[in-house]
Design a protein. Structure first.
Length: 299
């Protein structure tokens, strides 16, 4: 049996003896959206749990639009234009809109990498800045969470009149699912916050694992921190293995996120008929395997 794994930009083919293969696990085939940009616009106008984005934006003087860093294959070229257009038509001028890259403790994304992430027109016309998690002076202190995590969030986000996050919903090895609240914590959090939230008290919990939200302290904690920091609107997407958009959700940080999670659960759940000795997998290819740290996603 010849199997192709997503690996880097080109993929990796593996030859396996048929007699040794128990099962090939793959996401169920989803139906890509015929008009993803139109789906985004409709979600902005009819969101889940909030007024339309245009209504939220009226009367606001500044906006911060948060995007994932290069390690997440978020289709920003589809998501961002309708968001930015809505903000400007609602009275927030382009020069008062900041696109903030939620790097967490990852390296900054610069130059051609930014162009690849958002597309050349947006890269050339809008102010795009990186979060710097190791520079505490760039963060606002918002107290402590109920579990004692010190809350330091990027000051540029905290001080924005309108706070919008984008993202990608998929299983996450310790937070249950990515997207939603994760763009704020850890995406815009300082080292002092992340090192506690990523600490053994949270990660050793049996529910801190992929696909689990209920009684997952990692999920519960960063949801509380994100809500405390404030989030007016999210736009999240679900993609398939070919990076085609299957679903778009928008609106309230928790309601829209959970709507997306329910969609993901339908297409990623599978079982193996028996225990196996060896699992051959990858971290899903570029950009998910950009850094060595991301290789843990293969597990």
């Amino acid at each position: 049996m010849r199997v192709r794994l997503d690996y880097g930009r080109t993929g990796l083919e593996v030859e396996l003896p048929d007699r040794n293969v128990v099962k090939c696990l793959e996401c169920q085939a989803g139906q890509p959206l015929a008009d993803p940009a139109g789906a985004v616009r409709r979600c902005l106008a009819r969101p889940n749990g909030t007024p339309p984005l245009a209504e939220l934006a009226r009367g606001r003087s500044t906006a911060c639009v948060v995007i994932s860093d290069v390690t997440r294959p978020v289709p920003n070229e589809v998501l961002l234009p309708p968001i930015l257009d809505t903000l400007q038509k609602s009275g927030i001028p382009r020069e008062r809109i900041l696109i903030l890259v939620a790097t967490g403790l990852h390296r900054p994304n610069l130059g051609d990498e930014l162009v690849e992430m958002v597309g050349r027109p947006i890269a050339e016309q809008y102010r795009i800045e990186n979060h710097h998690g190791r520079s505490r002076r760039e963060h606002a202190h918002l107290g402590e969470s109920p579990r004692g995590v010190p809350i330091w969030i990027d000051r540029r986000y905290v001080e924005a009149d309108l706070k919008i996050t984008t993202g990608l919903i998929e299983p996450h090895l310790m937070a249950g699912f990515s997207g939603g609240r994760k763009l704020i914590c850890p995406g815009l959090a300082a080292l002092e916050t992340i090192k506690v939230w990523h600490g053994p008290e949270f990660l050793e919990h049996p529910n801190a694992r992929s696909g689990v939200l209920q009684e997952n302290p990692v999920h519960e904690e960063n949801t509380w921190i994100a809500r405390h920091a404030g989030c007016d609107f999210i736009v999240n997407t679900v993609i398939d293995a070919e990076r085609r958009i299957l679903s778009v959700v928008a609106g309230d940080m928790e309601e829209a996120f959970l709507e997306g999670v329910r969609f993901v659960e339908k297409i990623v759940t599978d079982t193996v008929p028996e225990p196996v000795d060896v699992v051959v997998t990858s971290s899903a290819g570029y950009p998910l395997d950009t850094t060595y740290y991301q290789s843990v996603k293969g597990m």
